[in-house]
Write a protein that binds this ligand. Structure first.
Ligand code: ADP
Length: 190
């Protein structure tokens, strides 16, 4: 299996690039943000629980996220691999993911980290907020909070994979196709 962690701050382009990757590599896209928004839309208990964290740009508690991911992995039939998007976002989640994949005799092949400066992130998120309908994209204070949460809680996840020799940084500003080409170069070497 080819299992990729697509990593980067909010607004880095993980969703956009994921779509291109899953098309070409036939991987299963596992986006925790998308899964939460699906629950939200369906009005499930999990969705209700997650909403207050999401609306403020805070992280949903680890045990909730981990349970949801476990469920998704366990119910995916015969995958060729996963692309994890927006997960793991804490070191505890990264450790839990290792255990989960271990149970299926597999592991993370590599992390691809999209590098984008804060100012560009803010610009992109505010722009997306005009059409995304996401309350967390429409308010500068919430956007700042998400970037701060990323730095405090999520950046250590990059170190976690770096120690395993699995960290690959990609410059995330420029044409979508150029960035995708850089991602492919990394992926084809994994
Ligand atoms: P973005 O990358 O644009 O911030 P996502 O769609 O990945 O957005 O996530 C939206 C929100 O969902 C996050 O701000 C957070 O509240 C919640 N969320 C998503 N993934 C996780 C995760 N792995 N751990 C905790 N919370 C998460």
């Amino acid at each position: 299996m080819l299992n990729i962690v697509l990593f980067g701050p909010p607004g880095a382009g993980k969703g956009t690039q994921s779509e291109k990757i899953i098309d070409q590599y036939k991987l299963v896209h596992l986006s925790t943000g998308d899964l939460f928004r699906k629950h939200l839309g369906e009005g499930t208990e999990l969705g209700k629980l997650a909403q207050k964290y999401m609306d403020e740009g805070n992280l949903v508690p680890d045990e909730v996220v981990i349970g949801m991911v476990k469920d998704k992995i366990a119910t995916t039939i015969d995958p060729q691999g996963f692309i994890f998007d927006g997960f793991p976002r804490t070191v505890a989640q990264a450790v839990a993911l290792e255990d989960m994949l271990n149970d299926f005799d597999t592991s993370i092949s590599g992390m691809i980290a999209l590098d984008v400066p804060d100012e560009e992130l803010k610009k992109r998120l505010l722009e997306r907020g005009k059409t995304s309908g996401r309350v967390d994209d429409q308010d500068e204070t919430k956007i700042d909070n998400r970037i701060q949460v990323y730095k405090n809680e999520t950046l250590p996840v990059a170190e976690f994979y770096e120690k395993q020799g699995k960290y690959n940084k990609i410059h995330g500003v420029g044409a979508i196709e150029e960035i995708y080409l850089a991602i492919r170069r990394v992926m084809d070497g994994l």
